[in-house]
Design a protein around this ligand. Structure first.
Ligand code: XMP
Length: 513
């Protein structure tokens, strides 16, 4: 257990893990636990502060989540956010009411005024935008509390009782739309809870390792390693925790970028684990021979991937735990409902049905991507693995347009490497989120030396995006594009024309297939 920790009590709000992440950003360890966590457990863990999250309910709903009122007697500072604020007010003698249509009900960005004499708002500008999302409001503030923020529509945006160090805000300080939200959370941690802020990702690593050891004991652990950031960091973490009890199965489908398979294998050599590289290039290429339709390619790769993994897992026998590199954004996305399937993404998420194991371990489930990268660094993974850009599960199969041959894959690998190399030399990696080459199935006439060529057209694609759901094409300087073009045409036989994709998503997608 960390020396200094904050407990986030989960009341079902959508931003709960974001709250946890903000606390970690302030160098304080934190855990999200259900609102049903017993008083006894809280007492034992002795957090320096407690945060009540938001939630979809109204405190007056028949089955709305409640807390043991004893929590207010522990002498621990509490920050209530949205529903958490109303819950605190309700329990401590205030009155929460359903807002009428046009009065205090608020959604979205709201101009708010703060009383900066309150610890929570110390050194924060007196006015700023907050992100509201609440239907109920506090009609009567509990005894001992004062009002410390208001908006045009609502006089009771924030309350505080400095003596008991209880704070409540109707808005969400954890989301980026709230100006200075992080400063408010920092104020709660440092000024109200007295945090020292000594926690680092290195501590997270130690805690995660201890908890994996504790769970796994002398059991056998299996992990499907894709070479992507998430599965690599999960593998390194479990490797550090249980060493030779871990078997990593790396299905090499032969659709990786230049040297990628070797790089992944190399990175894991330092751990005393069982590393299985299933060289299945032949198998995948034979199954994909003559297949031009993108969704068919994905389906074949998805199925074969599972089959190869399953065959390797069978050799190991019964395993106790299967590790998955699920990270927090995957957890959100998997609950995203029934949006139309534009591309069926092949991920290893489907594996558990096929492998005999007792339980799944998801050690990165609470982390956001940048935190995962940070953890990877702490574990000593090389920078090229930690900073790897997203790479689709079906690999280069969906970047060779039309049917796939080994020759075309090799051509694409060389061209893609040159593109990445020039981006790196120009120090542009941080200005774009994904960049790669696509081998089109179009050939055109060119001239090289004195001869006519009739070779393939290569497309370069580079995008900027925050969520990969929408994207803009990256404005790569012409000189860089020029160097890439000259090098590829000179160094890669079979390509005589380079085009740069200048469509955004939508209407295009990031990948070409
Ligand atoms: P699109 O092409 O849909 O891509 O705009 C959005 C993001 O998803 C990646 N992508 C995939 N990832 N399996 C994956 O694991 C797939 O089949 C797949 N297709 C696209 C793409 O690289 C981009 O990051």
């Amino acid at each position: 257990m960390a020396k200094e920790s904050v407990l986030v009590l989960d009341f079902g709000g959508q931003y709960n893990q974001l709250i946890a992440r903000r606390v970690r950003e302030c160098n304080v360890y934190c855990e999200v636990k259900p609102y049903t966590t017993s008083l006894e457990e809280i007492r034992q863990e002795a957090p320096i502060g407690i945060i009540f999250t938001g939630g979809p309910n109204s405190v007056y709903d028949e089955h709305s989540p409640q807390v043991d009122p004893g929590i207010f007697q522990l002498g621990i500072p509490i920050l209530g956010i949205c529903y958490g604020c109303q819950l605190m007010a309700h329990h401590l003698g205030g009155k929460v009411t359903k807002a009428q249509e046009d009065s205090a009900r608020e959604y979205g960005k709201t101009e708010t005024c703060f009383d900066t004499a309150c610890r929570l708002f110390a050194d924060v500008p007196e006015t700023g935008v907050t992100w509201m999302s609440h239907g109920d409001y506090m009609e009567k503030v509990p005894d001992g509390f004062s009002l410390v923020a208001h908006s045009a529509a609502c006089p009771n945006v924030a309350i505080c009782d400095e003596k008991r160090r209880f704070y409540g805000v109707q808005f969400h300080p954890e989301v980026n739309h709230t100006e200075n939200g992080l400063a408010m959370i920092r104020n709660f941690l440092y000024k109200a809870c007295g945090a020292k802020g000594e926690w680092t990702m290195g501590d997270y690593k130690d805690i995660a390792i201890a908890s994996i050891r504790d769970k796994v004991k002398d059991g056998k652990v299996l992990l499907a390693l894709s070479g992507g950031v998430d599965s690599s960091v999960a593998a390194a973490l479990v490797a550090e925790a249980v060493g030779s009890q871990l078997t990593c199965v790396f299905v090499d489908h032969g659709l990786m970028r230049l040297n990628e398979g070797d790089e992944v294998e190399e990175a894991f050599r330092k751990w005393n684990i069982n590393f299985v590289r299933a060289n299945a290039e032949e198998l995948f290429l034979s199954k994909l021979a003559g297949v031009a339709e993108p969704e068919r390619k994905r389906k074949i790769i998805g199925e074969e991937f599972i089959r190869v993994f399953e065959a390797e897992a069978k050799k190991i026998g019964k395993v106790d735990y299967l590790v998955q590199g699920t990270i927090y954004p995957d957890v959100i996305e998997s609950g995203a409902g029934d949006a139309a399937v534009i591309k069926s993404h092949h991920n290893v998420g489907g594996l558990p049905d096929y492998v005999d194991f007792k339980e799944i371990i998801e050690p990165l489930r609470m982390l956001f991507k940048d935190e995962v990268r940070q953890l990877g660094r702490e574990l000593g993974l090389p920078e090229y693995l930690v900073m790897r850009q997203p790479f689709p599960g079906p690999g280069l199969a969906i970047r060779v347009i039309g049917d796939i041959t080994r020759e075309k894959l090799d051509t694409l690998r060389k061209a893609d490497f040159i593109f990445r190399d020039e981006i790196s030399k120009a120090h542009l990696e941080q200005t774009m989120n994904q960049y790669f080459a696509v081998l089109t199935n179009m050939r055109s006439v060119g001239v090289m030396g004195d001869g006519r060529t009739y070779d393939y057209t290569l497309a370069l694609r580079s995008v900027t995006t925050t969520d990969f759901m929408t994207a803009d094409w990256a404005r790569i300087p012409y000189e860089v594009l020029d160097r890439v073009s000259v090098r590829i045409v000179n160094e890669v036989p079979g390509i005589n024309r380079i085009v740069y994709d200048i469509t955004s998503k939508p209407p295009a997608t990031i990948e070409w297939e």
